[in-house]
Design a protein around this ligand. Structure first.
Ligand code: AP5
Length: 219
């Protein structure tokens, strides 16, 4: 089962794709996380993309396509994968289809998290993650059960993303509207797009997502 998650910044792609990974045992691939790891490691790719990401722009298609092509060939993708944050342009969507075709694979389902843009600023401003295990939290919507302690690993240090500043979020939303939203018809015309109400609370969104995946599995 190969799945794509689409939706604007803060829609809940990371939250829901990690839950899908845990439930169905298929690999979650976040291009944002992969790029942030390259930046943190100071690799040549990280040095190239650091300022682009900090400004909220999309990194060039050729860089991200090469990254994904290598990633989906890894053994943990044999049972399938969940793409979180890719594709984000028409060129990326077409490149993905042609790289999958070469290995006899295809995309089974494209999940679009439909959200009201006004809610996104609060979600993004409130987001923080455990510095040790990466578990995600939110000041308003998902606090650790014990204040200051990660539910998963017991860590006490938390971090916030550099590109979650208000002015950068505006640039990220603009990039979504202008470059990513236009690829929705590409998947809609192929009958692969499934809209999910991303304004529901996290558990309700998960129920909708699992129902959409189960419906495809039973086909
Ligand atoms: P990336 O890391 O992909 O960021 P993004 O798409 O902007 O998405 P976010 O991670 O901000 O949000 P999300 O939808 O995952 O929401 P989350 O689940 O965290 O990309 C970062 C940058 O990398 C890009 O700007 C670009 O520069 C570059 N890049 C990456 N991929 C690229 C590509 N393919 N091409 C070119 N450039 C690329 O949820 C947000 C918060 O809300 C959390 O705190 C969560 O707890 C909370 N929340 C989630 N769901 C709900 C809910 N239903 N109700 C209430 N709160 C909720």
């Amino acid at each position: 089962m190969n799945i794509i998650f689409l939706g604007p910044p803060g829609a809940g792609k990371g939250t829901q794709s990690k839950l899908l990974e845990a439930h169905y045992g298929i690999a979650q691939i976040s291009t944002g996380d992969m790029l942030r790891a390259e930046v943190a490691a100071g690799s040549p790719l990280g040095q190239k993309v650091k300022s682009i990401m900090a400004s909220g722009q999309l990194v060039p298609d050729d860089l991200i396509i090469a990254l994904i092509e290598a990633r989906i060939d890894r053994p943990d993708c044999a049972k399938g994968f969940i793409l979180d944050g890719f594709p984000r342009t028409r060129a990326q969507a077409e490149a993905l289809d042609s790289m999958l075709k070469k290995t006899g694979r295809h995309i089974d389902l494209v999940l679009l998290l439909d959200v009201d843009e006004d809610a996104l600023a609060d979600r993004i401003a409130g987001r923080f993650t455990c510095a040790k295990c990466g578990e995600g939290y939110n000041d308003l919507y998902k606090r650790p059960k014990v204040e200051g302690t990660c539910d998963v690993c017991g860590g006490h240090e938390f971090v916030r993303r550099e590109d979650d500043r208000r002015e950068t979020v505006a640039a990220r939303l603009k990039a979504y509207r202008e470059q990513t939203a236009p690829i929705l018809p590409y998947y809609e015309e192929q009958g692969r797009l499934c809209r999910i109400d991303g304004m529901a609370d996290i558990d309700d969104v998960t129920k909708q997502v699992f129902a959409a995946v189960d419906a495809i599995t039973k086909k």
